[in-house]
Design a binder for this molecule. Structure first.
Ligand code: GUN
Length: 380
């Protein structure tokens, strides 16, 4: 079968600027209709059209270049029609930079009550009101075209990590077939549609998945099905054998990952893009990432601690606000606590990938990783 030319019209271009010869870590620039993204890049998660607790200005000040949002959640509420009517996602959420939307597949499998999964589509019950809904590859593309993000994702099947080989292979085959349907369904030419490689931690299935997707000539490829409960070393090994299957000249996105250490380990293995709820979710739960490792700010030992949260770190919040004050905000259930730690953690993540990018240009990505791990201690 021949496919129309890949949808990277003039407004999309991935420029691979440098690869660290010692590791394979890559620095690049991804040109999108809403601006340039320096890679490696971390996308904060704005599931419902908001990165929880943060204004777009605060996100930008924290160094975020691109954000992620979710088809599944926005299609349920307020509805893709409503977002489209209100000008599309950029205008709706007042974010002028690039946006990526996930296709809904992963969220249907993880959040909704599955009713029926066939090769044609997935039928599920909304986690909000229990209503019965259908999602097919064509529908996932239609919704994402209505939302209007710069980068959109194919509908995929992401099975739990502990399923058997047969189920895993079936999910790869379905994901490949759905990717072809997504490609055919795409009408807009100003959105980069990414294929998603599945296959668990099995090298043969990952290869089969990549081989099925590469002829579709997507402008970028995501690696899905990781950080779903497997051992982190299995995730790193899977990246070791999966990234070589992917085209060198296209962006690679590791979905839903991860902890700071996971970002560094994955960048070393040739990944360019990341998203994860961890900085904001942990921030709301009173956990801060700092230059010297994580801090649980509710701990009683911080009650009279005048030290700033992270005096030598990259975030303004970390340099200004004392641990004692931040602890007080959480103990008193003041919403500013969650806002400040979300902001701080995003700044920490953004600075981490920015410094890693610089290290890549200087061929010292392995040293940078080692230095950071030594600073963070046992639970980075
Ligand atoms: N988010 C985290 N993992 C995945 C995945 O495997 N597929 C999709 N669509 N989204 C994800």
């Amino acid at each position: 079968m021949t496919y129309k030319k890949a949808n990277h019209v003039a407004s999309f271009r991935f420029e691979l600027q440098h690869t660290d010869p010692n590791t394979g870590a890559r620095a690049g620039q991804w040109h999108t209709p809403h601006g340039i993204v320096d890679t490696p890049a971390f996308m904060p998660v704005g599931t419902l059209g908001t990165v929880k607790g943060l204004l777009p200005e605060q996100l930008k000040a924290a160094g975020a270049q691109m954000v992620l949002s979710n088809t599944y959640h926005l299609a349920l509420r307020p509805g893709a029609d409503v977002v489209e009517e209100l000008g599309g996602l950029h205008q709706f959420m007042n974010w002028s930079g690039p946006i990526l939307t996930d296709s809904g597949g992963f969220q249907v499998f993880s959040l909704a009550k599955l009713s029926k999964l066939t090769d044609d589509q997935v039928v599920f019950r909304s986690h909000i009101d229990g209503s019965l809904l259908e999602l097919s590859p064509e529908k996932a593309i239609r919704i994402q075209e209505q939302l209007g993000a710069d980068c959109i994702m194919c509908l995929d099947e992401c099975p739990p990590h502990d399923v058997g080989q047969d189920r895993l292979r079936a999910a790869v085959q379905r994901t490949t077939a759905w990717a072809a349907r997504c490609r055919d369904a795409q009408k807009r030419d100003d959105q980069a549609l990414f294929g998603i490689v599945q296959g668990g931690i099995d090298p043969h299935l990952r290869e089969e998945s990549a081989e099925g997707l590469l002829p579709l000539d997507f402008p970028g490829y995501a690696i899905g099905g990781l950080s779903v409960g497997e051992d982190p070393n299995d995730m790193y090994k899977t990246l070791d054998f999966t990234t070589p299957f992917l085209p060198v000249e296209k962006p690679r996105y590791l979905m839903g990952v991860g902890k700071p250490v996971d970002l560094l380990e994955s960048i070393i293995r040739g990944v360019d893009l990341f998203d994860c709820v961890m900085p904001t979710r942990n921030g709301r739960n009173a956990m801060a990432f700092t230059s010297n490792g994580p801090v649980k700010i509710r701990n009683a030992k911080y009650q009279r601690d005048v030290t700033p949260l992270d005096p030598d770190g990259p975030s303004e919040v970390g340099r200004i606000y004392s641990r004692g004050y931040l602890r007080h905000l959480f103990v008193a259930k003041e919403m500013l606590g969650a806002i400040l730690l979300s902001w701080h953690n995003i700044a920490f993540y953004e600075n981490l990938v920015r410094e890693m990018r610089q290290a890549i240009f200087e061929n010292r990505s392995a040293e940078f990783r080692a230095d950071q791990l030594a600073r963070w201690g046992s639970d980075p």
